[in-house]
Write a protein that binds this ligand. Sequence first.
Ligand code: HEC
Length: 165
Amino acid sequence: MKKEFILILLLFTIISCSEKNTNNDKVKLTEQIKDKTEVKKQSDSLSMTEIREKLKKELGEKYYAPMKKLTPKQLAQGKIIYEDRCAKCHGLKGKGDGSYGKGLTIPPADFTDSTRAAFYSDEARKQIIRKGILGTVMFAWEDKLSEKEIDAVYAYIKTFSKSKK
Ligand code: HEC
């Protein structure tokens, strides 16, 4: 009898601990968003076509630069970064269905949508990761991730649209 009691107690402790963790994550993310994005009014956000034009101007020739080939090790690193930093919004499988993205006016991008994946160039999407998208909760990552980490996480994102074909 005593043993069972201890077991149940243990189970409760584990459950409450894991809940605390996700809550903490959410708080961290909310703080990050608050001080980083200055989420502007909805009316300030641009359409995808406008964003693409802006990125073409910003990047010039670099817009069409081909992607470097990454090693499996870098791809594995990208997966870790993705699951840690991006999946809460973009979803573990990249469908844009992460818990934090629910109810947003501009929902997180669905990376499994191959038409959408081809809308911007590779370099443009990496620039979005660096600089964020004004007027959405997609904020800039350039001060949190190194250029190598951005390469890795981007290469991982690309696997979502590839595997669907
Ligand atoms: C707080 C939620 C949130 C987090 C965290 C987040 N994103 Fe986003 N992301 C968004 C939203 C919202 C958009 C805008 C979708 C749109 O423009 O329609 C977006 C757009 C993007 C786009 C451009 C759209 C496309 O189809 O290419 C890329 C690339 C992207 N995110 C990558 C990332 C990466 C990489 C991470 C992690 C390092 C990340 N995001 C973390 C919410 C988030």
